[in-house]
Structures are given as structure tokens and as C-alpha cells.
Ligand binder design. Structure first.
Ligand SMILES: Nc1nc2c(ncn2[C@@H]2O[C@H](COP(=O)(O)OP(=O)(O)OP(=O)(O)O)[C@@H](O)[C@H]2O)c(=O)[nH]1
Ligand SMILES: [Mg+2]
Length: 307
């Protein structure tokens, strides 16, 4: 049998650049929720890719930003934790803003992350994502030069997590970090997230997608009941009861929607995802509750599993 090899690789970058999309694409399944709103990922999430004797554990992290509340601070601690004990990092940047960079001025968030990488002496690869949105890829050349000037990247790979362009190339470049190591996860494991957390996240994803502005950022989902049972006809069914916590009574009304329409839509979309994930028919019941200012209350952040 071939010797087992492994690597832990953190994926870091500002919010919304496509870190979670990339990991889902690599695994061929959604393990980290994705939305067009920044600060979608709130905790450190592992995505495990096992190919024969090689196991690469991707560490998805919250987007790097200046925290404005206790939740934001916990998220930035998760970025630090994500970088601890990894073998290497992928710094992901968005091709579109990168495109308009002047060669000597990397954006603040990226500079701060590069300082963090330097401080930890971590080897890294630069991934420039969303190249599907670029009219002319040649225009990336000065940007690539600017990043290479700022850090000794082992490789720079333009990719599109959306259509898969360059993703295999990036994976190939990351194989350099594999070293002899036992596999820490089973061959079929995709993530370290408990099933309940996965379900809560799928529900939150629908809220992020269906609601506007500040409201989804102030939402936490708590799974109250989660068990498998049989229907009256003896069919197996997953029973899930979840509470959606928001920060204001006015938000509660918006989440429920006119005649309950919005909440119903959230429930339908989340149920479809849960059924696909577990391969089991699901009965999903949702309640909306208010917890004022929970994002600044440490005990609630802890209750919701966000620290
Ligand atoms: N056009 C295009 N859109 C992409 C690509 N990759 C991701 N996106 C979109 O970018 C948005 C953000 O994607 P996420 O994967 O949630 O980004 P993230 O970096 O994990 O964001 P945070 O968790 O908030 O830090 C979503 O709307 C994705 O569909 C890409 O290659 N091309
Ligand atoms: Mg994310």
C-alpha cells in the first residue's frame, strides 16, 4: 500500500471572495454555505478531500474584516485559529477589485493577511478567483506581479470557483504541501461539522439569500430537535425543529413575511437541501424569535456555537 500523506491548508481572504465556493467545488458537495452577502462564514469549517493515499484538509475561515461587534471579534479569532497548525495557506482574492489595483498598493485587508502569513512563516499560494468576470485575463499580470512582490508565494493561480476553471491546477500546486502523515479523517468524511450544525447552516443560507441588508447578519439558527422517526406508513423521516433568532421585532415580521410567505420559502428551500444532504425525507418546522443585540452578548454567541 502507498504511504499515506496529508496536509492542512487554510483558505483565507476578505469576505465574499469565494473561499467557501472554492472548497465546495473541490469537494463536489456543499459543506460551507455560500451567499452574495459578505460575512457568510462565521466559524472555522473543515472540508476534507481524500484521493487514494492523499488527504488534504481545507480550513475555511470567516472573511477577514474589521470587527464591529463581539460576533465579529469571535469570527476574527476563528481566522487566527484557522491559521494555527496548518501546513500552508491559500490567500484568495477577487479578480475584479484586484484588477483595478495599482501595482504598489495592495488593499489593506490583503496586506494585513500577508503580514499574518509572514509572522507565522507560512508557505502560501495566491488564488485569484472569479476570473469568469474578467474580460481580459492579461490584465491580471501587473496584479500578480504586485502580489509576488509582497510575498514569496509558491504559486499564483487564477481560478473560477463558479465554473471550475483553474481549480484542478490549484489543487495540483497544493500537492507540494503533502507530507507523510496518517489520515485524520475517514475516506468518506467531507467535513468536521456535526449534522445539527450543517442543518442550521443550510437554514441560515436561505435566510441570507432571501433577506436584504442587515437582517440576515443579525440571524442565528438553533436546532432544537433533530431525530429520525417513521411516518404513519412506516417510511423513515427526519424531524427537524429549528429556531431562527433575530435582533428586532421588526426583523421578525420581515422574516415571517406577508402571510408567512418568506418563512415558508425559507423552509421549502432548506428542506430540499437537508433532504439532499441526508438522503432522507424531512419534516422541517421553523420558529422565529427575538434576542436583542445577541451579536454583542458573549453567552448567546456561545449558545449558538459561534465561538
Ligand atoms: N462570478 C463568480 N462568482 C463567484 C465565484 N466564486 C464565488 N462566487 C460568488 O461570490 C459570492 C461569495 O461566495 P462565498 O463562497 O460565500 O465567499 P466567501 O469568501 O466564502 O465569503 P465569506 O464567507 O463571507 O467570507 C457568492 O455569491 C458566490 O456565488 C466565481 O468564481 N465567479
Ligand atoms: Mg465563506
Amino acid at each position: 500500500m502507498k504511504e499515506q500523506t496529508g496536509a492542512f491548508i487554510a483558505v483565507i481572504g476578505r469576505p465574499n471572495v469565494g473561499k467557501s465556493s472554492f472548497i465546495n467545488r473541490v469537494l463536489g458537495q456543499k459543506v460551507a454555505i455560500v451567499s452574495d452577502k459578505p460575512q457568510t462564514t462565521r466559524t472555522r469549517i473543515l472540508g476534507v478531500l481524500t484521493r487514494d493515499s492523499e488527504q488534504t484538509v481545507f480550513v475555511d475561515t470567516p472573511g477577514f474584516h474589521k470587527p464591529r461587534n463581539a460576533l465579529g471579534q469571535a469570527m476574527m479569532r476563528a481566522v487566527g485559529a484557522g491559521l494555527s497548525d496548518v501546513d500552508a495557506a491559500v490567500l484568495m482574492v477577487d479578480a475584479a477589485p484586484a484588477f483595478s489595483l495599482s501595482a504598489d498598493a495592495l488593499p489593506k485587508a490583503e496586506r494585513a493577511l500577508l503580514e499574518e502569513l509572514a509572522r507565522r512563516k507560512l508557505p502560501a499560494v495566491l488564488a485569484i478567483n472569479k476570473i469568469d468576470l474578467l474580460p481580459d485575463k492579461q490584465e491580471l499580470l501587473p496584479v500578480i506581479a504586485a502580489y509576488q512582490n509582497a510575498y514569496a508565494f509558491d504559486a499564483v493561480v487564477p481560478i473560477s470557483a463558479k465554473d471550475g476553471d483553474g481549480v484542478d491546477l490549484l489543487l495540483e500546486e497544493l500537492r507540494r504541501y503533502l507530507k507523510p502523515s496518517p489520515h485524520y479523517f475517514g475516506d468518506d468524511d467531507l467535513t468536521d461539522q456535526p449534522e445539527r450544525q450543517m442543518v442550521a447552516e443550510l437554514i441560515r443560507e436561505k435566510l441570507l439569500r432571501l433577506l436584504d441588508q442587515e437582517i440576515p447578519h443579525g440571524i442565528a439558527v438553533d436546532i432544537e430537535r433533530f431525530f429520525e422517526t417513521d411516518t404513519a406508513d412506516g417510511e423513515p423521516i427526519l424531524e427537524v425543529h429549528a429556531s431562527i433568532y433575530c435582533e428586532k421585532t421588526s426583523h421578525k415580521g420581515i422574516i415571517i413575511g406577508k402571510n408567512g410567505a418568506t418563512l415558508k420559502k425559507v423552509g421549502t428551500l432548506a428542506r430540499q437541501d437537508i433532504e439532499a444532504f441526508f438522503g432522507l425525507k424531512t419534516n422541517l418546522q421553523l420558529w422565529v424569535k427575538v434576542k436583542e443585540d445577541w451579536r454583542n452578548r458573549q453567552s448567546l454567541i456561545h449558545t449558538f456555537g459561534l465561538d
